[in-house]
Design a protein. Sequence first.
Length: 77
Amino acid sequence: MDRRARISAILRKVAKKEDLPEADVSLFESGYLDSFGLPDLVSALEKEFSLAIPDADLSPRKFETIERIEAYLDSRS
């Protein structure tokens, strides 16, 4: 499974929704995720990708879209 598919699976599980917005659409503005779902998303990303995301990076802006999540993971590898 490629990284985008892994991210998509995590988002579906955290949001408890099936349809994902396009990769460049805000997960928060579209109503797919809210600020309460962000910690769950970050925790699932840490587990799936075996990394630790520092508290300083817990900004909704960094995880706003699927593309931004991918870019963030690129910056951490």
